[in-house]
Design a protein around this ligand. Sequence first.
Ligand code: GDP
Ligand code: MG
Length: 489
Amino acid sequence: MIRGVASVADWEQLEEALAGTPSVPEVLAALACVPVLSEHARGWQQAWTRLQKPPAPRVVWTGDAKAGRSTLLNAVLGRPLLHVAVRPCTPVAVTVFAGGWRLTEVPPQVPHEPADGRVLVVDVRQPLPRRARVVSDGGGPTVLVLTKLDRARADAVLSSDVEAELDEAVDEAVRRARRRCTGPLVDVVRCDAREAEAVRDQLWPRIQAGLAGARERAALRGRAQRHHWLTQVVASVTPPEPMSWPPSVAVDGLARGIAQAAVTSALAGLALDRDAWLATLQPVQTHSALEGCLDRLEAVLRTALRSAMARAEDAVGRAWDAAVAGVRRELDAAWTDQVGVPASGSGPPARSPHVAPAFGVERLAAAHAARIRVAATGPVGALARLRRVSVRTEAAAAAWRTSLVEMETDLGAALWDGVVRWADALEAVCGDHGAWRESKDAAQRRTAEQRQVARRRALARVRVALGAVRSVEEGIESGGEGQDESGHG
Ligand SMILES: Nc1nc2c(ncn2[C@@H]2O[C@H](COP(=O)(O)OP(=O)(O)O)[C@@H](O)[C@H]2O)c(=O)[nH]1
Ligand SMILES: [Mg+2]
């Protein structure tokens, strides 16, 4: 119920603002500018914004260092996107955006965003500590993946019953994991993280089953919003397609990991700035001070986005150079091999132009800054007199919060887009490689034909020469006889 109703004049102004056929966002913006309604309207605005966006559910991949999270995630993605190392690496949470999902690898001890689901990765030889820190799983369904069973089996060769020993290790790992899950444990999967196809086949159906189960629970508990969200997720999100990758190209997975991390850490930085910025916003009393605040916020936003994307582009650019250099080396070696001389100007085709993907970051930065400004000023001119600094301040703060969430999705999509374009460009380079191979084969065929012609010509010349020799011989023979005869005669 709405109490403390505004004055008649306020309502008249609202009516005026809503005259004509305003769109839903216009109506909500107008309502947000009425003090007694602003609290409700903000909730409606956020719900509306959420409805407009396709769902991007988050699944977090947690577990101890070296348990095999990156290996599993790469297998699920069908490409080596995250760096896999013998030593622990990836100290920040890294989010991969793929097929509408946000898949976040979370290092041990690092807090993360609330997630829709969780994959808990456990090396079966090192079950989780009995009593210890739990990385919060946000209450979402958990799929437990036990890795390195192959190693455990190899270690157990001296045991009298290897399988019984393995089963015991599995039971212990499951028991401890179950104790540490706050949400339901959907399923336990045993797999060798390095076998990509098996991982994909086993894991995705279970993640989706977990989300479907969560949706049923939300329905039972009457959590309508969560139920709506999970219905959307279950209906519209499918596992990311594995991507074909040029097989002969050295892929620098680390560079792409860094690109992902750059975006993630920029967003984390902005989220931290949020609190500081909101604190400076609180005591603002005048419109001009608010304008100053918005100017500073816009600058922060643009700088953060630009530096994140510059870092991402730089990382992808360097990976590009390395990959193209790899193709080039291969071409040169093949040329030297086949032609017998080192590649020179007449060698393999020139490299394709450097197609570093553009992320459209300026447009993103402008869109988000504009969103915050619009919320702060109120889009409906007729409400000018209702605008109080505090209302505008609150609207700006709410827009900033919403914008951060939207930015994560936008940036992720842009990054993924860029990486896909980069992969296409690389494939084009490899296509050049293929075309060159074909043209080289054709050249070889041509050379063989020319050689045959030359041989035929040479044979013909030999034949002509032989003919000439023979006729000279005959001439000599007959002439010689004549001479002889004449000599004798
Ligand atoms: N033998 C074996 N090695 C694995 C398995 N899963 C991961 N590894 C290896 O374990 C090491 C650490 O993996 P990584 O994915 O980087 O672990 P993370 O720190 O959890 O991301 C790498 O050398 C992987 O190749 C597995 O199922 N079996
Ligand atoms: Mg890792």
